[in-house]
Design a protein around this ligand. Sequence first.
Ligand SMILES: Nc1ncnc2c1ncn2[C@@H]1O[C@H](COP(=O)(O)OP(=O)(O)OP(=O)(O)O)[C@@H](O)[C@H]1O
Ligand SMILES: Nc1ncnc2c1ncn2[C@@H]1O[C@H](COP(=O)(O)OP(=O)(O)OP(=O)(O)O)[C@@H](O)[C@H]1O
Ligand SMILES: [Mg+2]
Ligand SMILES: [Mg+2]
Lengths: 256, 256
Amino acid sequence: MVNQKGGVAKTTTAINLGAALAERGRNVLLVDVDPQANLTSGIGFVNKKKTIYAVMKKEVGFAEAIYPTGLEPEDWKGKIDIVPSHIELANAELEFSGEIGRETILKEAFEDAKERISGAGYDYVILDTNPSLGLLTVNALSLADSLIVPLEPSIFALDGMEHLTDVIRLVKRKINTKLRIRGILLTRVDGRTKIAEEFYDELKEVFGDKLFDTVIHQNVRLSEAQTEGLPINLYDEKASGTREYAALSEELISNE
Amino acid sequence: MVNQKGGVAKTTTAINLGAALAERGRNVLLVDVDPQANLTSGIGFVNKKKTIYAVMKKEVGFAEAIYPTGLEPEDWKGKIDIVPSHIELANAELEFSGEIGRETILKEAFEDAKERISGAGYDYVILDTNPSLGLLTVNALSLADSLIVPLEPSIFALDGMEHLTDVIRLVKRKINTKLRIRGILLTRVDGRTKIAEEFYDELKEVFGDKLFDTVIHQNVRLSEAQTEGLPINLYDEKASGTREYAALSEELISNE
Ligand SMILES: Nc1ncnc2c1ncn2[C@@H]1O[C@H](COP(=O)(O)OP(=O)(O)OP(=O)(O)O)[C@@H](O)[C@H]1O
Ligand SMILES: Nc1ncnc2c1ncn2[C@@H]1O[C@H](COP(=O)(O)OP(=O)(O)OP(=O)(O)O)[C@@H](O)[C@H]1O
Ligand SMILES: [Mg+2]
Ligand SMILES: [Mg+2]
């Protein structure tokens, strides 16, 4: 999940798309690469023994920082594990900026643990990033195969897309040739307004089929679920957020 | 405006509080310290000759990067000027991190130009920051007399308050003894839900009279106004956003 614009639902999408995929039998690993650690707290995770910070400092291997979330009910065939984050990661920008290969610290840690990670049989690894295109997000882009850009109907979010696509192109050319945009997801849409429709049409023109068919509407149940540390499909299965993130997961599954 | 949590309406508050103060005869200087430059584009400013980046690089003095916005109608007695930003500021973290006194670059530039700036007779200088507590935000905190923390009713925004108050206390102790929290502003409140009321009560308990009486409700006209590059009081004087930001400006004026 990448977008340097703040508050566009990167974390909300990581949690709820992950949970919808797990409900459909996929094994999901969530990786929190944001010092704010909202993904970690958003799924109610509390024992922070080893975090992504320890992985990047090479104090532990990537696989050793993987924890089960224990969220999955019996009848889900898929699981959700997490690599948690912690505020100590906040100084990563300065701490790692002088290191050789600073952009691929995370990728190398992942590669080193590849045997153990693939043994766990994950179908999806979802990385959440902070609202910046700094070193942490570049590390996530270097590791990822593809990226999802959550975007709310706002001129500020649209303004940032040019810079975001520049950085993606740069990472793709210099570090990670397989990186591609999997899709752009319109989020926090207030159904009662015309600005959202205009936005969808404009995005469709600019991004074509890169724009997901699924649109996530403003739904306060999504925020309430986070207060309880639960994904929406475990908090309120009748919420519009549950249906919409389910639809998004189906879009991904249909292209597997 | 400070809050490392993204999308809590830092920029929206800077623009609309500034415009409400100008409508009431106050002279306002907006300073955009965010590389995303949403404050700059949100008031429709386009000629970016000299920006905050040139000021921090000491290529120009602070006063030389001040431009009139030309937004004020005839009948407003106050004016709104701006120091614009530009994406080139995005590398400031790495570019200035090795400099001695890196936390007070902005403050020194402001102090050097103090004669010229006070000649312009500003009643309020409003700094907008990026969703981070890195070097740029610390520069803004070193310069400011007081700060406003916009906060939306969300567990993620609340989680971040502890780290934010830690950093504020640190800046106050080590760099800027006069820094104080002017107030916490609840924003993007969806009037139809109970989560917002619970939030207001909880914030009142924790922050007491630091919590502004004014609450800003979710109002799509605020986003629409930004698409037009206008503050809400020039875009739609009947919008709830216009009334609420007017009320906020009155709270500040009553404590002058
Ligand atoms: N569809 C939605 N309806 C209502 N609220 C939403 C929706 N999506 C996200 N939110 C709320 O909006 C806020 C921002 O979402 P979130 O924190 O997921 O964004 P983010 O992009 O991860 O933010 P940051 O840039 O700070 O990392 C949160 O309070 C969240 O609960
Ligand atoms: N009261 C409101 N009602 C509806 N939309 C709002 C309101 N306040 C802000 N917004 C919208 O929410 C989005 C986030 O607001 P804004 O960009 O001002 O937040 P920010 O804290 O400055 O974000 P960032 O962390 O990226 O700098 C924008 O699209 C804005 O138009
Ligand atoms: Mg987030
Ligand atoms: Mg902003």
